[in-house]
Design a protein around this ligand. Structure first.
Ligand SMILES: [Zn+2]
Length: 285
């Protein structure tokens, strides 16, 4: 390390995906994760160098890794974004122990952490919804209490199946916190079909499609639809703690590859879509 804050020399850290300016009104009112002057390391919106061996970032934002308990540091890279985004979404939804939660897109690269984070925060029930039967089955070992396979079904059908599930399990049909993580139109339609009385729908995934919804239902349901973006650096130590105490498991879902495989890895992802495990590229030296 050349220059900078000497206190950090030789220390292991996780660099948050979103670095707020800490000066503006948004930051000062506690919403810095959506600061308009924020920097995103490794992204054209901020600091270039996400694939380089060194990158310059503000010391105030980095999250120290005191004792990683045998987990390779490289694997903790997924804390930035994949695990912290669900945590921020949970905070936006004011998730409390005992809450009932549904996750749409529950088996994807962010969804599988949304499920685990919700459970780690004390959710009473987590219902996983997705379109991959095999991965849904696995989600039951990682935070989900019930799974709904939405493959080939309309949002209305999935909504009906969900209501049936609540009846069978004797669960309330109100107050659910629904997290839409798939970022697909079908997922959003399903999430809206599942939003009920005094419920909250949190939009975590993104797409450019438009969906139709009678917003008057929000009035009738006294319900909310909320968006969420990134995660405050202040939450990183808490999320890292959840990962290191295994309340949120990352190791089965992360694969390390050498940086020299970057071209093949990108081609593979372009051709086949999301890989089974999230790939972390590490410097070859
Ligand atoms: Zn700001």
């Amino acid at each position: 390390m050349i220059g900078g804050d000497k206190n950090w020399t030789g220390k292991e850290v996780v660099i948050p995906a979103v670095l707020p300016c800490r000066q503006c009104w948004i930051c000062k009112t506690g919403r810095g994760n959506r600061c308009l002057a924020q920097k995103m390391p490794g992204n054209s919106l901020g600091v270039y160098g996400g694939f380089s061996s060194h990158i310059v970032v503000p010391a105030v934002d980095v999250c120290p890794v005191p004792d990683r308990k045998g987990v390779p540091l490289e694997k903790l890279a997924v804390v930035a974004d994949a695990v912290t985004t669900p945590y921020q979404a949970a905070m936006r939804a004011n998730l409390r122990p005992g809450d009932n939660v549904a996750v749409i897109g529950a088996t994807g690269g962010v969804g599988l952490y949304m499920t685990q984070v919700a459970k780690a925060l004390g959710a009473a029930t987590v219902v996983a919804v997705d379109i991959d039967a095999e991965k849904l089955k696995r989600s039951l070992e990682f935070g989900a209490d019930a799974a709904i396979d939405a493959k080939g079904k309309s949002s209305k059908d999935v909504g009906a199946e969900y209501k049936e599930l609540l009846k069978i399990r004797g669960l309330p049909n109100y107050g659910w916190k629904v997290f839409e993580v798939s970022g697909s139109k079908a997922g959003q339609e399903t999430a809206l079909a599942m939003l009920g009385f005094v419920g909250k729908l949190v939009i975590v995934g993104f797409n450019m499609d438009k969906v139709e919804y009678s917003v008057s239902r929000l009035m009738a349901f006294d319900a909310e639809i909320i968006g969420t973006w990134g995660c405050l650096p202040e939450y990183y130590p808490v999320v890292l703690g959840m990962v290191l105490n295994k309340a949120v498991k990352i190791e089965p879902f992360v694969e390390l590859r050498p940086m020299s495989s970057i071209k093949d890895t990108f081609n593979e992802v372009r051709k086949a879509g999301s890989p089974k495990k999230r790939v972390v590229l590490t410097p070859d030296f």
